[in-house]
Design a protein around this ligand. Structure first.
Ligand SMILES: Cc1cc2nc3c(=O)[nH]c(=O)nc-3n(C[C@H](O)[C@H](O)[C@H](O)COP(=O)(O)OP(=O)(O)OC[C@H]3O[C@@H](n4cnc5c(N)ncnc54)[C@H](O)[C@@H]3O)c2cc1C
Length: 453
């Protein structure tokens, strides 16, 4: 879907209004700050490669965000919010030019108390974790990009990650406590959302307000050991992953299963994984290692390596081989590879086994186990040997015909990459906070098609 609006022509009056703020007008820098990791998708590459903003603004506080919002409304200039730009669907690529609002200078932690932190959106997740850990609490879940990704970008465009095996996904009630957002009304203002209202702006790709502060629930800190377990049979690896994820007495943060030949893309791990073997990458509390050993024995797995939390904190971490880092490593070896994101419908693994045999290594299975409504389920971030868009769509359609739910990463439209349904509450909120449709235009189907709803 493309938008018909044209990009703004003369930004000088807007620049004058923003005098004193941190502005970037250099075309090369603007071009860089207009891109994200949509390049994982051969479908999105040609659609987004030439999209750039016209000006980057880097606010340092909420008052400056209000000032930028007011100027953009006054001159009807689009505004696209950006964290670290690690989104992988083109979420922060501006389709109609305008202002890129880079939030990375708003990176303060306002307070941390047991189980909860109040932070600014541009804070990097690794930095947040480091500071909250000093108080005995850590981030509940983080994307595998946590070293660079911001907390605002995770809430605006992410879904879940390392920690989701215990805490579920961002959309699960209780994983986001409150947000403050700046609106794009004629007189921009700050609104605080709490309770279920937070979902009006969470995972909205910055189309429903500019998040300026968040209250993020935390988890107790554990020393996380890292373990690679290998198996000669993929379905045994998958069953082990599910059993571990459902073992309530074992405290874990990551259960990631990769079918052969995916481990061959992990250059730094290859010596620990025999040729042709399937692996499960784990982050598990050190105190759970002993019972983990019993479970590994029960499933006939072999420990490829085991590191204490302290050893794991130096050098390689398995976190950066999981979630979409698996895709990143595969693509760094073979850039023709792409990926899918799938939630499997049940926990008996029958469909998984069918898909594994049906597609063989055209669709290589990479599993991330998640907690969904109280029990573990596998999600798949399959690594796909891409041939044509038509074939990719056939693969998607086949999964859907069997009851698997695809979160399509080959579209930049919010709803199409997510639950597919129009969210009327989200649309009503947008009509209030962004009546001119200036926030990240072209991304929300509900807004584009509102006259027909
Ligand atoms: C290798 C790789 C691995 C990844 N792994 C994961 C993973 O494990 N889990 C996962 O969920 N995602 C993953 N992603 C996607 C992405 O890294 C994460 O979602 C990350 O949290 C995005 O943070 P960011 O700061 O880069 O956000 P950006 O990409 O800058 O922004 C993401 C979206 O949020 C909006 N946004 C940013 N800041 C604000 C704000 N203050 N107010 C309103 N909207 C805002 C932007 O407009 C954009 O639409 C991965 C991507 C890559 C390339």
């Amino acid at each position: 879907m493309t938008s018909t609006k044209s990009r703004p022509t003369n930004l000088n009056p807007l620049i004058t209004d923003l005098a004193g703020l941190d502005l970037i007008t250099d075309a090369n820098q603007i071009a860089k700050l207009s891109q994200d990791y949509y390049t994982f998708s051969p479908v999105l590459q040609p659609l987004l490669a030439d999209k750039t903003g016209d000006l980057v603004v880097r606010p340092v506080n909420e008052a400056e965000v209000l000032k930028v919002a007011a100027a953009c409304v006054k001159f009807k200039v689009p505004l696209t919010v950006r964290g670290a730009g690690t989104g992988n669907y083109g979420q922060c690529v501006p389709l109609e030019g305008g202002v890129i609002l880079d939030m990375t200078r708003m990176n303060a932690i306002h307070w941390v108390k047991p189980g909860l932190a109040c932070v600014e959106p541009g804070l990097k997740m690794a930095a947040m974790d480091k500071q909250t850990r000093e108080t005995g609490w850590e981030v509940r879940m983080a994307p595998s990009t946590y070293r660079t990704a911001t907390i605002g970008g995770f809430i605006g465009g992410g879904s879940g990650g390392i920690g989701s095996v215990t805490y579920g996904q961002l959309r699960d009630r209780g994983n986001l406590q409150a947000v403050r957002v700046v609106t794009m009304e004629d007189q921009p203002r700050v609104i605080e959302l709490r309770g279920d209202d937070v979902y009006k702006v969470a995972h909205a790709y910055g189309t429903n307000g500019i998040i300026t502060e968040l209250e993020i629930p935390l988890a107790p800190v554990y020393p996380w050991a890292e373990v690679i377990v290998t198996f000669s049979d993929f379905m045994t690896a998958a069953r082990f992953g599910l059993a571990l994820s459902n073992s309530d007495g074992l405290i874990k943060k990551l259960v990631c299963g990769c079918a052969a030949p995916i481990p061959t893309y992990f250059a730094a791990l290859r010596s620990y994984i025999p040729d042709g073997a399937h692996c499960v990458l784990l982050m598990i509390a050190e105190s759970s290692l002993e019972p983990l050993g019993e479970l590994i024995k029960e499933f006939g797995g072999t420990i490829g390596y085991q590191k204490t939390a302290q050893e794991a904190s130096k050098g390689i971490t398995l976190a950066e081989y999981s979630w979409n880092h698996t895709t990143l490593h595969a693509r760094s070896v073979d850039s023709s590879l792409t990926y899918l994101q799938t939630l499997l419908p049940d926990d008996n693994l029958a469909l998984l086994e069918h898909l594994y045999h049906h597609f063989k290594d055209e669709v290589m299975l990479h599993l991330e186990f998640l907690r969904v409504a109280g029990s573990a389920r596998p999600a798949a971030l399959q690594v796909v040997r891409y041939t044509t868009e038509e074939r990719l769509n056939q693969i998607i359609a086949y999964h859907e015909s069997k009851g698997a739910f695809i979160f399509n990463p080959h579209t930049y439209i919010l709803e199409d990459g997510g639950m597919k349904a129009i969210d009327i509450e989200q649309l009503k909120f947008k009509e209030m906070v962004d009546p001119y449709g200036l926030l990240n235009p072209g991304k929300m189907r509900a807004w584009l098609e509102r006259s027909r709803l």
